[in-house]
Design a protein around this ligand. Sequence first.
Ligand code: ADP
Ligand code: ADP
Length: 239
Amino acid sequence: AWPIRLDGVSVTYPNGTAALRDVSLTIDAGEMVSVVGLSGSGKSTLIRAVNGLVPVTSGTVTVGPYTVSGLSGRRLRQVRGHIGMIFQGFNLATRIDVYRNTLVGRFAQAGALRGLLGVPTAHDREVALSALHTVGMLDKVWTRAGSLSGGQQQRVAIARALSQEPSIMLADEPVASLDPPTAHAVMSELERINTERYLTVLVNLHLMDLARQYTRRMIGLRAGEVVYDGPAAEATEAD
Ligand code: ADP
Ligand code: ADP
């Protein structure tokens, strides 16, 4: 697991929107932290700053041994290979089976196409199947991803990220499009990979209840600023 560190990070988009303002925080290796805030508060931008998808206007972002905010091109892609990503919309290739979707994670560094066309080694297969086992989707390996329920698709997306053997996992509103029981099931999976695989997890949520239930530490964002950073259990809507 890797720590994540932001030092005085500000992100202003080209149109002038200040999405993050002087954000400083450290997430320890192996910690699971939620980021909670209204739509537009900067949660996605925070995640995109951590994986280098948006350039920071000022400050530095560090993941493990790398200063992400100073990297580009091949070196940035190399760091991203260590970062598992989960999105609200699952982003699976719906026409291919669960197994191939999972393998895509392992070939991310070589480009997604290799995941579809390349020949996996015995070790690749072992890692992918182990990831599917972790999220309880082993019995669906040959099912077309598009025919799965939303909750099942998100679990495959988690397996795809796990098959990268990442050092940190970033989840951008991973349960926002799921019904409550399914949302709880997916949050439990994230909690489990955090503890069982000792993986640093940063998860964006718009529901504080989920943050309280599944994460010990919560970061509250409002208009791009950190307005709360402490025990999730003690956070109130006013924070
Ligand atoms: P979120 O789920 O993070 O609230 P939104 O629905 O607000 O996302 O935005 C969807 C996409 O549109 C995101 O990729 C975001 O970066 C982009 N976006 C949001 N606001 C703007 C904007 N003012 N100008 C350009 N792109 C935007
Ligand atoms: P959240 O994830 O909490 O909904 P975002 O990080 O998506 O927040 O957005 C923070 C602010 O930045 C919002 O005002 C949003 O409209 C704006 N924004 C997001 N993406 C873009 C973009 N690509 N271009 C311009 N503005 C953006």
